[in-house]
Ligand binder design. Sequence first.
Ligand SMILES: O=C(O)CCC(=O)C(=O)O
Length: 327
Amino acid sequence: MLRNRLLSSNPMLRSSHTSMLERVVFVLNFFPPYNLACWLWIRLCTRLAPSAAFPGRASWWLMQRAFLFGGLRHLSPEDRTAFAKAIVVPALARTSPAIESDPATRASVAELSARGFVALGPLLSSADAKAAVDYFCSQDGYASQTPLQSDGVPRKCDPQKLLGEGQERYFCFSSQTSLACPQVADLLSDGRLRKIAAGYLGFTPVMYSVNTIVTNEGNDAHYVMRMHRDQDAFACVTFFVCWTAVAARNGATIYVPRSHVSSDVDVSRPTYLEGNAGDVFCVDTFGLHSGNREVTGPRFATWIRFGSAPNLGTVQDPDLVPDHQFA
Ligand SMILES: O=C(O)CCC(=O)C(=O)O
């Protein structure tokens, strides 16, 4: 399959769950004219939406078939927010209304909306975090940041191997392995993360990606260790669960406050998402962020992404939540 040839030699991914239409869209996303056409459509529809129903209905029809997401490559945060407000969120709020909130959730959502990230503090104990690290060390994973990018050879995580010159900076575990981690299951069981995501996004989202990553000291840089925007969807949010403590000089994700909604930000003054083992951050990763090249010991973290699906992530990467059973 083209996706595997282009992006991965991982045989695990040959049994992809994506539909023929999603494969077509996947290929289309490689063509700049298609992406530019999506961008133009989005800009135009955002302008027309207040006075006409057609742009909203047609955009929604296209998005349900995984079209339009190619435009994300060219959208400014302002344009993405305007399109989400005018078209995406109203449509999703009709089909999947937001769940009831509470004062603690509303406070987290307010901070997340203002800055693009919020520290939720210790949602798991340090003993639970240690148990999760032990669990992942006992499992097979892949030598890359996501299984899709890896050589597809399952192996045990050896943090020492991440140290060497020319070695991958990341190790990762499949979504199945992450979801089978008892501490991940615990975290997801009370619906708290989805509630925060729903409060922020304005509709009840699906969980579409779970991935556990490991980084260690090293010289090479992976491309996510440069400032970038995750271009999954028009409305999505990522939780980072820290299984090990992270600090500015030790693995903490780097984030430019307010860059999720504004282009007028000071990229030279980022924030480090520092925390203890068991802490959780909720981050709008369309905002400018970067993995931290500086790591002093093996750093374990799991990301859990919520948003609308299909999206560019679900079309590109079949190792998302298994079998499209968006929990
Ligand atoms: O490793 C990290 O902290 C960040 C990962 C990241 O930036 C990404 O996956 O987009």
